[in-house]
Design a protein around this ligand. Structure first.
Ligand code: ADP
Ligand code: MG
Length: 384
């Protein structure tokens, strides 16, 4: 605790009292591991702006405000618990409904501050209809991030919660397209290359009209434009969504997210978990159907014939390209959007040489784990 208060006194004071300014090119350089320069907060551009010269879009909340809004963090307001945080629903005095993310379970106070700054430093810079909107933060009595409340919860709960009716095809398709747009924005559309590193169904939230929003930037990394990739240790993320080169060698770039997006597409189509109790990964189950072009076999049984066959073809084909073992043969998110949205799909372009095609996928089938295991330095289990 002493350490946290020390960090607070120094780092946070500078963080929140600093005037809004752009960083110099030198200051923008991330550390070798690609993470933000948390140690040198003075150089960290965590200001409540989304674009240069724009007015601040998020603010600091007082602890009293969020305490009152969540009815004292009452357990009835607990709406989600992930590997790193608890999330509470709250209502501000203005009537605005918020989600308060309270960081938990970090290995140390220092790690907690690091996680907080990573998420704040990334999400505080992004602004897109398919990315969760940050409203602010609160640093009194623990570290909190405050978001707009996503009334429909996560894609994971809607897909896998057996007490709710199955998600209709139209909504599934909308989720696929919207998530692709959000991810494309993170990779290409915002000021820096952002690799999310934990794209999965529980990290995609839904607005009232089922617009998907990518959330949970706790593992996100910036990639300097001149870097081809970046090596990460330890490897964190969620089993079933991890690209082979990331899981085996810690290599991270945009294609890490593309792979996870491919798994998410299969999950949306089939309603199956990426890794389930049967030790058969979603990829291993889907591969034979994808290889034979028998896309109808992938569809969630609960949908019966209530789906659009052409849209299914598109989603399934795109998924099959995204989960290719070789990152170079995976499409970029710009290409994914073309595949999903362009009138004409040029499939020939994606044909691989025969010897590459034979490469075996490194699956997760031998791993003893439940459907939602996260891997992190803490080996925490993540239900979100
Ligand atoms: N803005 C929000 N609105 C509604 N529910 C949310 C919101 N943010 C998070 N949640 C719920 O809380 C869960 C955990 O949040 P998340 O940010 O993913 O934390 P963690 O980093 O621990 O995984 C999510 O899967 C979701 O169910
Ligand atoms: Mg999460």
């Amino acid at each position: 605790m002493a350490h946290l208060s020390l960090l607070r006194k120094n780092s946070f004071k500078r963080l929140f009292s600093a005037s809004i300014s752009r960083r110099s090119a030198e200051e923008e350089t991330p550390k070798q591991d690609g993470s933000l320069m948390h140690e040198n907060i003075k150089t960290l551009d965590i200001f409540p702006v989304t674009e240069q010269c724009q007015k601040p879009t998020w603010k600091c909340f007082s602890y009293e405000e969020i305490f009152e809004a969540t009815n004292g963090f009452h357990k009835e307001n607990l709406v989600g618990r992930g590997g790193y945080a608890e999330v509470y629903r709250g209502v501000l005095k203005t009537g605005e409904v918020i989600a308060v993310k309270r960081l938990m379970r970090a290995s140390s106070d220092e790690q907690k501050v690091k996680d907080f700054l990573t998420e704040l430093g990334t999400i505080g810079h992004v602004h897109h209809p398919n990315v969760s909107a940050l409203l602010g933060c609160c640093i009194d009595n623990d570290l909190h991030l405050i978001f707009e409340f996503s009334i429909r919860g996560s894609v994971s709960s809607l897909l896998h919660d057996e007490s709710t009716p199955p998600l209709g095809w139209k909504v599934r398709y909308k989720i696929a397209i919207g998530t692709a747009r959000g991810l494309h924005y993170l990779h290409k559309g915002c000021q820096r290359r952002i690799i999310h590193r934990d794209i999965k169904a529980s990290n995609v939230l839904l607005t009232a009209n089922f617009e998907p929003q990518i959330s949970d930037f706790g593992l996100a990394k910036w990639l300097p434009s001149q870097w081809t990739h970046h090596s990460v240790k330890p490897i964190e993320g969620t089993l079933g969504y991890l690209a082979p080169e990331y899981f085996m060698h810690g290599i991270v770039d945009e294609k890490t997210d593309v792979f996870a997006f491919g798994v998410l597409l299969l999950e949306i189509i089939s309603g199956r978990q990426p890794v389930d109790g049967s030790h058969l990964s979603l990829i291993t189950w889907a591969k034979p159907h994808l290889n034979e072009g028998n896309m109808k076999m992938l569809i969630d049984d609960r949908l019966g014939s209530e789906y659009d066959a052409q849209q299914l073809e598109r989603l399934a084909l795109t998924a099959s390209l995204c989960i290719r073992p070789s990152a170079t043969w995976r499409p970029s998110m710009s290409e994914v959007l073309e595949l999903l949205e362009k009138d004409e799909m040029i499939i020939e372009r994606w044909k691989m040489p025969d010897q590459e095609e034979e490469e075996e996928f490194w699956g997760f089938d031998d791993l003893e784990c439940d459907s939602s295991s996260s891997i992190s330095p803490l080996n925490s289990s993540d239900s979100s």
